[in-house]
Design a protein around this ligand. Structure first.
Ligand SMILES: Cc1ncc(COP(=O)(O)O)c(C=O)c1O
Length: 489
């Protein structure tokens, strides 16, 4: 295809056009074919040059603007940024090239290959940073000794069971204990036959994509939203449709009006990730009605259900569902520790066999010993006690973080009020970009995350996320002071 003389030739890799154009422009920036300050052709010209739709061009440009590769100058146009984000997180274009080339020569599934560059960026950018990782609970408060004893007991009790083949859905006493627990604390409407033990919600998302979806199926999900869910769906070739939120949570009416072809809605209705809103009752019912009438599935990600401070827990969507359209997933990795890889799904009766099969062909079943120990941990009341302790500590840690930010960083950040969760969302004041702030955090050794990491579209307001639950009040104060000093330097 013909290109304008100053603009390099771009080759679109296989896969979605907008992702391909994003990669092609980003690579041209990283390997120097598009240098800092270069003006890009207009979206219309680019669309004509590449023979693709203008919407695809706009989507790719949006993402590049969001990630800081491009900037816009009012009434002038779009330019390559002076400082590109990959320089800041020290990933070299040659590395990206090597990743893409090896993906091609190794014949990797193109859906997975298209996720590799971001994967490398993310793993590199988080290395070595100690504080404020998003998604980690109060690991310091976990009763390690007691857990060691329960594991030892499980080992002695189940020694002869370890040579047996058990139900892929998991250890029955654990499923019974979970069933009772979620009925009383989350208002779920289920029996133990519907419970499936999985290796965290991440596996539940994977099983849903594996068992229910086909390439080119459409899934609606929260925008901003949980990136690891989005990427699982993408890795199966599923079309993902981001749905924004307003004061009532996810804009369900938009799904009902415009995305009737969607097969599944993935959402975290009790604590939207990452902004923390809740889905209003009216929208919960609208979503349930629509899914029942149109035979759609809803995936309810209840990852943060235990972490509410001022207000009582919100009843799960699954508990309101009369027609069995909701697939519910919960986790122990937040209350216990991230490396504890057990969670559970509650699936409609009609899907029990499907998910048993999917689990079996994925990893046959989850680790037996830990299931036995966890059943005892719940049945003996340790879990409920631990939840109370964690909730109190998290609230204190959150308050300390808010106070420290308001004291030291009020020129930079505005805290989003919240009474739940294990991370804090802070909006950046006008003169700050996410990229600039994250650079300061990185230099202070902090793993603070930009909101844009969780967005598919460019968003109006810049924000950052601080995961606080894993740190003592003293550690939180010291880190925020350190960041404030770093910023003043
Ligand atoms: C919104 C959301 N859903 C699901 C998960 C995955 O949870 P698990 O550790 O159970 O796989 C996370 C992890 O951070 C999350 O933030």
């Amino acid at each position: 295809m013909a290109m304008s003389s100053s603009f390099p030739s771009l080759i679109l890799p296989k896969g979605h056009i907008k992702d391909g154009l994003y990669c092609a422009i980003r690579d041209a920036i990283l390997d120097g074919r598009l240098s800092a300050g270069t003006k890009l052709p207009s979206s219309r010209t680019l669309a004509e040059m590449m023979s693709i739709s203008r919407n695809s061009v706009l989507a790719a440009l949006d993402r590049l603007l969001d990630e800081g590769y491009l900037i816009t100058k009012p009434s002038s146009g779009t330019y390559v940024a002076d400082i590109i984000p990959d320089q800041l997180i020290q990933i070299q274009s040659s590395q990206l090239h090597a990743i893409q080339q090896s993906a091609q020569t190794l014949n990797i599934n193109p859906h997975i290959a298209s996720l590799l560059p971001d994967w490398h960026k993310q793993t590199l950018s988080c290395q070595e940073k100690k504080m404020f990782h998003v998604g980690v609970g109060c690991i310091d408060l976990f009763p390690h000794q007691l857990w060691g004893k329960l594991l030892g007991r499980a080992w002695r009790q189940s020694y002869y069971q370890l040579g047996q083949f058990h139900d892929p859905r998991g250890y029955l006493p654990l499923r019974q204990a979970i069933c009772q627990y979620v009925q009383s604390t989350r208002g779920l409407n289920c029996n133990e036959e519907q419970i499936l033990i999985v290796n965290g919600i991440q596996q539940a998302i994977h099983l849903v994509a594996y068992a229910l979806l086909q390439p080119y199926d459409q899934v609606c999900l929260d925008e901003p939203g949980y990136d690891a869910a989005l990427n699982v769906f993408r890795s199966f070739g599923v079309m993902v449709q981001p749905i924004e939120s307003d004061d009532e949570g996810m804009k369900v009416p938009e799904i009902i009006q415009h995305y009737t072809g969607s097969k599944l809605v993935y959402t975290a209705p009790s604590h939207q990730f990452p902004l923390g809103g809740t889905l209003s009752l009216a929208r919960r019912f609208a979503l349930l009605d629509w899914s029942a009438q149109q035979q759609k599935w809803i995936f309810e990600d209840d990852y943060n259900s235990e972490f509410r401070y001022g207000t009582p827990p919100i009843q799960a969507l699954q508990g309101l569902d009369q027609q069995q359209r909701v697939i519910y997933a919960g986790t122990f990795s937040k209350i216990m520790f991230p490396e504890f890889r057990l969670g559970f799904m509650v699936v409609p009766d009609a899907l029990v066999d499907t998910f048993s099969l999917a689990k079996y062909y994925t990893d046959t079943r989850s680790s037996y010993l830990e299931q036995v120990a966890l059943a005892a941990f719940i049945q003996d009341g340790h879990y409920a006690r631990h939840v109370r302790k964690v909730r109190k500590a998290c609230y204190e840690r959150q308050q300390v973080l808010i106070a420290a930010i308001e004291h030291h960083l009020s020129d930079v950040l505005v805290v989003q009020p919240t009474d739940s969760g294990i991370h804090l969302v802070c909006w950046l004041k006008e003169h700050w970009t996410e990229q600039d702030f994250i650079v300061q955090c990185s230099q202070a050794g902090l793993a603070v995350q930009p909101l844009s990491r969780y967005c598919q579209h460019s968003h109006q307001k810049a924000a950052v996320l601080f995961g606080y639950a894993a740190h003592t009040p003293e550690e939180i104060k010291v880190s925020i002071e350190k960041l404030a000093m770093q910023i003043q330097m």
